[in-house]
Design a protein around this ligand. Structure first.
Ligand code: C5P
Length: 241
């Protein structure tokens, strides 16, 4: 980081998954969602955001990036090859960023498979966290009563749903702190499925920022239809506003 410069904001989009649960012939991020692919929708949210300096897109090693329909990004989009697990893909993206970003710069890690992130949630996350010592994540409260399963598909106990949150993305942390946390988790053989878990493993307490439950992760085939409805709704609200 240059002396005196405010930390920059970068987006890192892991898109190297194969999406087995979708049962489709292509990974879910390349499936159509209206007129564009899931990935194009997701990238658009960050490339159109004026505060985001650049976007690192992490793709699978077998992906022909020339054949990908990517939005024009004026040199702000960088392609990196992913790894076996989501955390490996994120680590590859962070390693790339370390060559061009400052250690205190913010990195917003966002699943490629979440194309319905409302731009106002992104704005709120940034404004609430940009002076935070740790960083944090978007999360949604649970509207259902939550059960902890024991053995034999029987309820062990009921969780206090007022203190349980569903982790969404983006998750926003400082570049160097996040790199160190993910490296430490990997070195200890701890499997982390989001960035906040790695930070927790390092002893930090990420801040929870309430986000919209519309920010779904496309996982099952029917999620595509739901995502289309949510995107149309967002468009309608934008037009009305
Ligand atoms: O598999 P899951 O739904 O948790 O994936 C979340 C995001 O992480 C997806 O955008 C997927 O493409 C990405 N991912 C990745 N590298 C992997 C596995 C998943 O970038 N090895």
């Amino acid at each position: 980081m240059t002396e005196g410069r405010a930390p920059a904001l970068w987006a890192l989009i892991p898109a190297a998954g194969v999406g087995r649960r979708m049962g489709a012939e292509r990974p879910k991020q390349f499936l159509r969602l209206g007129s564009r692919s899931v990935l194009e929708h997701t990238l658009g949210i960050f490339l159109e955001h004026p505060a985001i300096r650049g976007v690192v897109l992490v793709v699978g090693s077998g992906v022909d990036s020339d054949a990908m329909e990517l939005p024009s990004a004026g040199g702000r989009l960088f392609l990196v090859t992913g790894g076996a697990e989501r955390a490996d893909s994120v680590r590859n993206g962070l390693e790339f960023l370390a060559g061009r970003a400052g250690p205190e710069d913010w990195v917003l890690v966002h699943d490629a498979a979440r194309p319905c992130l409302p731009p106002e949630d992104l704005d709120r996350l940034i404004s609430l966290l940009q002076h935070d010592p740790v960083g944090g994540l978007l999360a949604a409260p649970s509207s259902d009563t939550l059960k902890l399963a024991g053995t034999g598909e029987r309820v062990e106990r009921t969780l206090d749903r007022s203190s349980v949150w569903r982790a969404l993305t983006p998750q926003m942390f400082r570049l160097q702190a996040l790199r160190e946390a993910l490296d430490a988790a990997a070195a200890s053989g701890v499997a982390v499925t989001d960035e906040a878990s790695a930070m927790e493993f390092a002893g930090a307490h990420p801040r929870i920022v309430e986000g919209s439950p519309m920010n779904i992760k496309i996982t099952q085939p029917e999620d595509l239809e739901v995502a289309e409805i949510y995107l149309r709704r967002q468009q309608r609200l934008r037009n009305a506003g």
